[in-house]
Design a binder for this molecule. Structure first.
Ligand code: PLP
Length: 386
């Protein structure tokens, strides 16, 4: 079988993880955490990058930092992972579901203003598949109404928008180092990126269980005490060491993923010409990171039948988000101002092909060949439905 995902591993991780194990400081915010954070702060050019236990927790911290509370509204696309919405619902907010642009599957900025009310406290653009949202226009709208922007950049490490790294355009951005993402902290991990300097000090306190431990260890205060709410959001050093090793191999991981992505695109362009599938669209101002290779077919039955066919040939392909507005929790905690038809349609047509660091060129040949065969056999059937 060709799996859908394999956690990234270059072979250099072992030495770093052993080094962290053998040090006397394995809890968070030690050597490897600091090395990673310095690397990200330089690479992104952000005010502060903080390693945390997951992107989900980074989003929860963002909601606390923005003082989201009961009765507030937060605009989130329906086509996303639960955490983009859950983090704000946990603080008592209502989620206002936004439609997507059918080309990029990112939040439709055109409709954004129609979703804003006097209760709107934040907008959460999700950069799907490592392709940035239209942040230029989104930030213009946010500024006009004085609303904070939290970028869910979970899939975007290494992506650029208008020549700058994704994650520096909003007030806050969150990243994931889960094993399904381009680089991993050995299974689970995340990062909170702060661009608004006013939010930095409080973020340090939130991550340290509501204490001023960081100021204490920097000698800025003489007591270490409870000063605010917070929780245990620090990533452990073994995870940070695994991640740091991947940062040193970052360019190789990114280049190889992009090469795989480009190969899929070139080979599948022939089938796109025949009208059976739609390939991803990358806007001119976006440089993506090869996070996901998705194709869209005619409808949900065609999608399910292609997934089954590929599986029978030894290839694991998968669909993606079930729109949040249609989920049991989304119907309770969310507000829809429209039928969300585009989100429903596009989510049902989409499937993702295997994509991971180490995917071989020959495997991509095999996978695309099976996709080709599937549509050939459909062509030959009288009642072809795809
Ligand atoms: C993966 C992902 C998350 C969650 O990341 P964790 O690190 O697993 O918490 C959140 N949002 C999006 C868009 C994701 O792809």
């Amino acid at each position: 079988m060709i799996p859908f995902n394999k956690p990234a591993r270059t072979g250099h991780e072992d030495a770093f993880v052993f080094d962290a194990m053998n040090s006397s400081a394995m809890s968070g915010n030690n050597k490897y955490t600091q090395l990673c954070e310095k690397w990200f702060e330089e690479k992104l050019g952000c005010k502060r990058a903080m390693l945390v236990t997951s992107c989900t927790h980074a989003l929860e911290m963002a909601a606390i930092l923005l003082n989201i509370q009961n009765g507030d509204e937060v605009i989130v696309p329906s086509y996303t992972f639960v955490s983009s919405a859950n983090a704000f619902v946990l603080r008592g907010a209502k989620v206002v579901f936004a439609e997507i642009d059918p080309q990029t599957l990112n939040i439709d900025v055109e409709l954004l203003e129609s979703l804003i009310t006097s209760k709107t406290k934040a907008i959460v653009p999700v950069h799907y598949a490592g392709v940035s949202c239209d942040m230029h226009r989104l930030m213009d709208v946010a500024k006009k109404y004085n609303i904070k922007v939290v970028e869910d950049a979970a899939q975007c490490i290494g992506s650029n928008y208008e020549g700058k790294p994704v994650g520096v355009h909003g007030h806050i951005a969150t990243f994931s180092f889960h094993e399904t993402k381009n680089i991993t902290a050995g299974g689970e991990g995340g990062m909170l990126v702060i661009n608004d300097p006013d939010l930095v000090d409080r973020a340090e306190i939130l991550r340290e269980k509501g204490t001023n431990r960081r100021q204490f260890s920097e000698g800025k205060v003489d007591k270490y005490t409870w000063v605010d709410v917070g929780s245990s959001y620090l990533l452990g050093e073994l995870s940070a060491a695994y991640l740091y090793s991947q940062l040193l191999d970052f360019q190789q991981i990114k280049d190889e993923r992009l090469a795989s992505w480009n190969k899929y695109f070139a080979l599948l362009s022939v089938i796109e010409l025949s009208g059976h599938i739609q390939l991803p669209t990358i806007p001119v101002d976006c440089e993506h990171n090869g996070h996901i290779f998705h194709i869209r077919v005619k409808d949900v039955s065609c999608r399910d039948s292609l997934i089954k066919y590929l599986y029978s040939k030894g290839v694991v392909s998968v669909f993606h988000y079930v729109p949040l507005h249609s989920s049991p929790m989304g119907r309770n905690a969310g507000i829809c101002h429209s039928k969300m038809q585009r989100t429903t349609n596009e989510s049902q047509r989409l499937l993702r092909l295997p994509m991971f660091f180490g995917l071989k060129n020959e495997e991509i040949d095999v996978i695309t060949h099976h996709v080709f065969d599937y549509f050939e056999s459909q062509n030959n059937r009288l009642l072809a439905h795809c």
